[in-house]
Design a protein around this ligand. Structure first.
Ligand SMILES: [Zn+2]
Length: 417
């Protein structure tokens, strides 16, 4: 991910990246809009656009009537130029999606496996098989993005550990897929991939100029987060930064498998939440949850929606715990926007309101005032979309790979500068 633009010739590649990035998000722009948004001169933008048109990556469309009634040609990214693949690895399944160059999903397939029984090498083999199938059917796939459960050790190219599923620490997924397909393969922690998807496709556009700080928080079986600052992911020295789930909110709380005590995810992950609901149920004989044989987070949300007071209280309590963790994160990172995804979003308004209220109580008024906290607005799986976004970025960043053999329908070829 890149920071904002510059007119310096030496930054030509970075500027072209920003133009491609913006066209991918917006669909249609004029040269004037691109120049204003990226902060470049009209001449610089025109030069980049001519080059991209010649490469068939960008196509001119109709005339639009801009401000002051001036007519300008609409420009859009040639979404059929090539395909990209996004892969999401989870603990009990993997999903492969094939996308066009604007990260619109064309088709996806989820393949379940038995954690602990299926060997990681078998999972990789099956993953390669599904990717190959898509490549044969859709043709011209230029990059693959992979999102993996963390912690992911970036420098070493391997997953540090996957709970209940051993052997992943011995596998380098980038090398395995790279050797099979000979195209760029990028890998990222799933929460980081999700944050990238939020940054580009999930917000209301306030981050389009690549400025701002976004914290994307995953609250499901575990709690994780990704942080994007001015268009860049924060990785930390080993690539495991922003592991919010293992931030302690109670120094004398229960011991976590990570070694710390009172970790956030022991209080508000969906697993901790349902266990907590179950253990308190004995004191609440009036709760409709007593009629349930099996209680998970979804069950509690369903009873909350039917008006069960105990279920609602517990949802609010979990929201307050998350709010405590997020208050710490606000002091650390000062985000402008926090986006919450995954299972606990089933807690609806009561959960979100408790998070917001707790933040308001615990954070300096000025910080709270400038902050928005919402559930994700993405309609598709943010992790899979994020994997595709990473692959797209790799191509935009390395146009030599993108230009190498031309795209669909291309007649002219150019050499990337
Ligand atoms: Zn922990």
């Amino acid at each position: 991910m890149k920071a904002s633009g510059t007119n310096s010739e030496s930054m030509q590649a970075g500027n072209r990246f920003l133009v491609l990035r913006l066209l991918s998000q917006r669909d249609v722009c004029t040269r004037t809009e691109l120049a204003e948004e990226i902060g470049l001169t009209q001449a610089s933008i025109s030069k980049i656009i001519s080059e991209l048109i010649e490469a068939n990556l960008v196509v001119e469309g109709d005339l639009s009537t801009g401000r002051k009634g001036r007519r300008a040609i609409k420009i859009h990214l040639n979404r059929s130029f090539c395909r990209i693949i996004g892969v999401k690895l989870a603990r009990r399944s993997f999903t492969v999606g094939v996308f066009d160059l604007r990260c619109s999903l064309l088709e996806s397939r989820m393949v379940p496996f038995e954690a602990g029984k299926t060997k990681p090498a078998q999972v990789i083999e099956e993953m390669i098989h599904v990717c190959k199938d898509y490549m044969e059917r859709y043709g011209d796939v230029r990059a693959i993005g992979v999102a993996v459960p963390g912690p992911y050790l970036r420098e070493q190219g391997r997953i540090a550990m996957m709970s209940q599923f051993e052997g992943w620490d011995k596998i380098n997924i980038v090398d395995s897929l790279g050797q099979a397909f000979r195209i760029p393969v990028v890998i990222e922690h799933d929460t980081n991939a999700s944050a990238c998807a939020e940054w580009y496709y999930g917000t209301d556009g306030r981050f389009r100029s690549q400025q701002g700080t976004l914290l994307s928080v995953y609250v499901g079986e575990g709690v994780g987060a990704g942080l994007v600052v001015n268009g860049r992911l924060l990785h930390g020295s080993d690539g495991t930064a922003v592991e919010l789930g293992h931030m302690s909110i109670k120094s004398d709380g229960p011991r976590c498998s990570c070694g710390n005590y009172g970790c956030l995810e022991l209080y508000c992950s969906s697993l901790a939440f349902s266990e907590n609901v179950k253990s308190g149920l004995i004191n609440r004989p009036e709760s409709s949850l007593n009629a349930e044989k099996h209680i998970d987070a979804k069950t509690v949300f369903a009873h909350m929606r039917l008006g069960d007071a105990y279920a609602t209280e517990k949802v609010r309590e979990a929201g307050r715990y998350l709010g405590c963790g997020l208050a710490n994160a606000v002091y650390l990172y000062n985000p402008k926007r926090i986006v919450i995804t995954d299972e606990m979003t089933g807690g609806g308004e009561p959960f979100l309101e408790a998070v917001r209220q707790t933040l308001k109580e615990r954070v300096l008024p000025k910080l709270a005032e400038d902050l928005t906290v919402d559930y994700t607005s993405l309609k598709s799986d943010p992790v899979l979309l994020g994997a595709a976004v990473l692959a797209e970025e790799e191509l935009f960043d390395k146009p030599r790979e993108l230009y190498a053999e031309g795209g669909k329908g291309q007649e002219k070829r150019i050499t990337a500068p």
